[in-house]
Structures are given as structure tokens and as C-alpha cells.
Design a protein around this ligand. Structure first.
Ligand code: PMP
Length: 404
């Protein structure tokens, strides 16, 4: 075979494995083999999906309407429900024609980039970033450009930061509030500044609003759509039910955008996946239109765990953990643990430190390398209170037994 002809395409070879899913898989495999592992890896609520949603799905299974192909862009009733939910939660008017239903938020992100980017178009991605964004940009032919932030700055980027990395090829900027992995939430002024910067510089915005309902201490997730003078014209909102309704396995997400963008994204989907499975779509109609009580109940459990984990982590010498305002992650600085000796093993970076912690303390965490910022660990606190306390106390013990 000629050297020019790669066995696996260059496009796909350039995609990195999802580090968070890899760590979660390793932890689950260890668990399956009988090892008592505590996993802080996956961004997945430990709650079951609320009963009203499960019952709507069970009912949908028995209805022959759901046994057939349905429109690629989504069930009309669900698209209506997304429009109504957008008005209720974000305060702006759209119609069903501004929505397309996708196989989860991740699929929405892929299709949004694929719909907007041409080869060489640059996308500004604030660091630390969720692992999927740069890979999705690359697959769409685009170029991820990373914009650093700092712990002191609350892991948020300003217009000046964005401007430093903007070039003539920048087409889009990514806005994620609350953020994975940092839990940062942009306040109203910061949201306005971001939106106005993009409008002034003729940039598209991708706004990932999947954690919109998980904010604490009175913080609110503001939608950029309300602050961009262009309205929805150059914004693609991606969202889904995974985090808000404990529905990670159901795989339903959506895009909200201008009608021409939606028509293009729906065309893509008609050749790619056809409709999202009808049963989860019916369940999602109930999630969005039904009683929202479970959302608040889960949020208060996350809030309690957020405070517990931050306190426990800050009690460990060498760990600096800010109290995040949203999502269900903490993102502490653990640089001072790098280079210490853990039973004779000296990790040289936080990636190796995470391996030591999994091997020796049987606790899975995701190192900052996965999010573009070595020196940090991401802990998901969407696990039970008892596992949370046990997991952190194992790390505390390991650290207390380590030496210079
Ligand atoms: N956006 C962010 C920031 C996320 O953390 C996740 C899940 N980890 C998603 C989107 C996608 O969620 P899903 O595909 O499960 O709907």
C-alpha cells in the first residue's frame, strides 16, 4: 500500500479518545472485577430518571405511531416543547422551526460545528474546556484555538482574552456557562460582554447550555441570545436532557438556531441518523412539559455535595479548591502533589498522579490534561454522599502518607 494511503483516515486518526469516558471505563472495569473503586470520573447524575418521564416512555413503547420513522428534525410535539421551554427558561421567543432534535448534546455539538465551519475556520475555545469540543471542531474541518483562563479569574474569559486569540480566520467562539470542568458561571455583565464582543467582531457563538439548571448560591445561567444585538441570527444553542433530568442514557439533545441553520442541520441529520429514537423523544416531551419538581430536588442534593467536596478537598494539604457556582464538578489545583512520593512512585504530572490515585487509593479522577490545563483534577460530585466522603478520605489518607 502506498505511503500516501493511510489505513485509518487522517481525519479520524487525529481524533483523541474521550479521556473522561476512558477513565470511567477503566474504573467500571476494575469495579466489575471486584475492586472497590470510587469513581469521580463521569459527568453523570446518580439519580434514576424521574418516574413521570419513565412512565411516558413505557406508554410510548406500546403506541404503534412510535414504531415508524418520524421526521429527521424531531417529533413536531417535541420541537414545540423545546420552543416553549426556551421561552420559559431563557425568556426569548422561538418557534418549532428554530429547533432540531439530536441524539444527545454531544451530537448537537458535532452537527452544529459541521453546519457552520468550513475547512480552516477557527473556533475560540476557553480553557479549561470539555474534551469533546476541540475534537468536534477538527472533525468538522475547523481549527480549535484555545483561550487561557485562570483560577484567580474564576476560569472565565474576557473580551480582551478573546481578542488576543482572534485572527482573520476566526469564525466562532464557544460559550459554556455553567462550565464543564470548572463549574464557572458567567454573571450578567460577563455574558453581555462576551455576546457584544462576538457581535462587534462578526463571530458566531456556540452556546452550550446543558448545565443551565445547575447553578448555586443564587447564580443564574444567562443565555447569550438575550445579550447579542443580532439575536439568534449568529448563535447556535446546544442543550439536552442528560444533566437536568438524570437522562444521560436516553440520548436526547437539541439545537436552537436561526431557521436557515436549522434547515441545514436537519438536512445533515436526514442523511446521517434520521430521526432520534421516538421513545426517548416522547419521554423528553414529558421531561420538558411535565412537573419540574425533580430538577430542584436533584439540584439541592448537588448543592450539598458541592459544599462537602470543596470543604473536604481544601482540608488536604496541597489542594486548592475554589467553590464552583454551577454544574456538578469541582476543579482543584493539585500541582503541589506532583513530584511527591506515593509508596515509592513519583508522578511527574497530574496525568500520572491520577493513575497513582486509581492504583493506590482506588479512586478515579480526571486529570486536567484532558481539559487542556495540566495541574488540576476534575471531580464530578454527582455521586452518592457516602461514596463522595469515602473517596475523598481515601485520597486524603494517601496524600498524608506520601513524602517529599
Ligand atoms: N456539553 C457539556 C459541557 C457536557 O459536559 C456534556 C456531557 N458530559 C454534554 C454537552 C453532552 O451531553 P449528552 O451528549 O450526554 O447530552
Amino acid at each position: 500500500m502506498s505511503e500516501q494511503r493511510a489505513r485509518i483516515s487522517r481525519r479520524i486518526s487525529s481524533v483523541a479518545e474521550s479521556a473522561t469516558l476512558a477513565i470511567d471505563a477503566k474504573a467500571k472495569a476494575l469495579k466489575a472485577s471486584g475492586v472497590d473503586v470510587i469513581g469521580f470520573g463521569a459527568g453523570e447524575p446518580d439519580f434514576p430518571t424521574p418516574t413521570n418521564i419513565v412512565e411516558a416512555a413505557a406508554k410510548a413503547c406500546a403506541d404503534p405511531r412510535n414504531h415508524r420513522y418520524t421526521p429527521a428534525a424531531g417529533l413536531p410535539e417535541l420541537r414545540e416543547a423545546i420552543a416553549a421551554k426556551t421561552k420559559r427558561d431563557s425568556g426569548y421567543e422561538i418557534t418549532a422551526g428554530n429547533t432540531v432534535v439530536t441524539n444527545g448534546g454531544k451530537h448537537a455539538i458535532y452537527n452544529a460545528f459541521a453546519t457552520i465551519l468550513d475547512p480552516g475556520d477557527e473556533v475560540l475555545i476557553p480553557e479549561p474546556y470539555w474534551t469533546t469540543y476541540p475534537e468536534a471542531v477538527k472533525l468538522a474541518g475547523g481549527v480549535p484555538v484555545f483561550v487561557p483562563s485562570t483560577l484567580e479569574g474564576g476560569f472565565k474569559v474576557t473580551p480582551a482574552d478573546l481578542d488576543r486569540y482572534r485572527t482573520g480566520r476566526t469564525k466562532m467562539a464557544l460559550f459554556v456557562s455553567p462550565s464543564n470542568p470548572s463549574g464557572a458561571v458567567y454573571n450578567e455583565d460577563e455574558t453581555r460582554n462576551f455576546a457584544e464582543f462576538c457581535a462587534t467582531n462578526d463571530l458566531w457563538i456556540m452556546s452550550d447550555e446543558i448545565y443551565e439548571h445547575l447553578t448555586y448560591d443564587g447564580e443564574v445561567a444567562h443565555s447569550v441570545v438575550n445579550y447579542d444585538p443580532r439575536g439568534l441570527e449568529n448563535i447556535i444553542v446546544v442543550n439536552g436532557v442528560a444533566k437536568t433530568y438524570a437522562m444521560t442514557g436516553w440520548r436526547v439533545g437539541w439545537i436552537v438556531a436561526a431557521k436557515d441553520v436549522i434547515a441545514a442541520a436537519a438536512n445533515l441529520q436526514s442523511q446521517q441518523t434520521s430521526n432520534v429514537s421516538n421513545i426517548p423523544q416522547r419521554a423528553t416531551i414529558e421531561a420538558l412539559n411535565g412537573d419540574q419538581g425533580a430538577v430542584a430536588t436533584m439540584r439541592s442534593a448537588f448543592d450539598r455535595r458541592r459544599q462537602t467536596i470543596t470543604k473536604l478537598l481544601n482540608e488536604i494539604e496541597g489542594v486548592k479548591c475554589p467553590l464552583p457556582k454551577g454544574a456538578f464538578y469541582v476543579y482543584p489545583d493539585v500541582t503541589s502533589l506532583v513530584g511527591r512520593s506515593f509508596n515509592g512512585v513519583r508522578p511527574a504530572n497530574t496525568s500520572q498522579l491520577a493513575e497513582v490515585i486509581l492504583d493506590q487509593a482506588k479512586v478515579a479522577v480526571v486529570p486536567g490534561e484532558a481539559f487542556g490545563t495540566p495541574g488540576y483534577f476534575r471531580f464530578s460530585y454527582a455521586l452518592s454522599d457516602t461514596d463522595l466522603e469515602e473517596g475523598i478520605s481515601r485520597i486524603a489518607k494517601l496524600v498524608s502518607e506520601s513524602s517529599e
